[in-house]
Design a protein around this ligand. Structure first.
Ligand SMILES: Nc1ncnc2c1ncn2[C@@H]1O[C@H](COP(=O)(O)OP(=O)(O)OP(=O)(O)O)[C@@H](O)[C@H]1O
Ligand SMILES: [Mg+2]
Length: 236
């Protein structure tokens, strides 16, 4: 496999044990090539967030294999010692709720992951500004998160997820609070990002506005995935 893609095989996740056990993922197979943006679609409770959390090394799968950028990160147990630096250096997250840091302004919220990864503050802020411009929120660069609309907060959170140009981006409902034009703008940015930086991107969504943009879609139901060709209009 080329660098930076994602490959998941036979992944399972059981929450709890005994009578209370929930098999959230049963046997998930999935691959995302570098430069590809795939959609992950499924009903509430089907295991979408669980899958992203496993892949993001936020929770530990029960069994199976996860390969990231040619490196096996999980094979019936973690294969990397430092999960925190794996998350910080290799993954960008865009969550359903923006989770911005309330006492930092917009620019610093976006620049922070880059500063934490060792980029000089000035350079990190410059990167942040470029992304804020691309996401059409640069005019709010000095505002505090509480002063932003829901859609603006979401675009800032997306900029933050992209700032370290991670090889993998995991996005859980990134466009839900956005209007049609802005939702499509976000998908366009993710596609540009994927192409320019060979990023592998998984987008969990119910959003009818963006579903037609995916070239490939995985459906998940009761913890099992099925692959489907998308309408594939994409953003060529
Ligand atoms: N921490 C937990 N402990 C026990 N069960 C859990 C836990 N988290 C999730 N589950 C269960 O695992 C299953 C999958 O949940 P998950 O959050 O992955 O679904 P989802 O597809 O993201 O749903 P939604 O679209 O509502 O966000 C559900 O049955 C859920 O109740
Ligand atoms: Mg979820």
């Amino acid at each position: 496999m080329a660098e930076n893609g994602i490959r998941i095989e036979g992944l399972s996740k059981r929450y709890g044990s005994g009578d209370r056990a929930v098999d959230a993922l049963k046997s998930v197979d999935m691959h995302v090539e570098p430069g590809e943006v795939i959609g992950l679609i499924g009903p509430s409770g089907s295991g979408k967030s669980t899958l992203l959390k496993c892949l993001g090394a936020v929770i530990e799968p029960t069994a199976g294999q996860m390969v990231l950028g040619g490196k096996t990160i999980f094979d019936d147990g973690w294969k990397v010692g430092d999960l925190r630096s794996l998350r910080r250096d290799h993954m960008g997250f865009v969550f359903q709720a923006p989770y911005l840091i309330p006492f930092l302004d917009v620019t610093d919220n976006v620049a922070l992951p880059s500063m934490l990864a060792g980029t000089p503050n000035k350079e990190a802020r410059r990167l942040a500004t470029t992304l804020l411009e691309a996401l059409d929120v640069a005019h709010r660069a000095d505002a505090m998160p509480s002063q932003l609309s829901g859609g603006e907060q979401q675009r800032v959170a997306i900029a933050r997820g992209l700032v370290n140009q991670p090889p993998v981006i995991l996005a859980d409902e990134p466009t839900a609070p956005l209007d049609s034009e802005r939702a499509l703008a976000v998908i366009r940015i993710l596609n540009d990002m994927a192409r320019r930086f060979e990023t592998a991107i998984i987008v969990v969504t119910h959003d009818e506005k963006i579903i037609p943009t995916f070239k490939r879609i995985y459906h998940i139901r009761d913890g099992v995935t099925y692959e489907e060709e998308g309408e594939g209009r994409g953003f060529e």
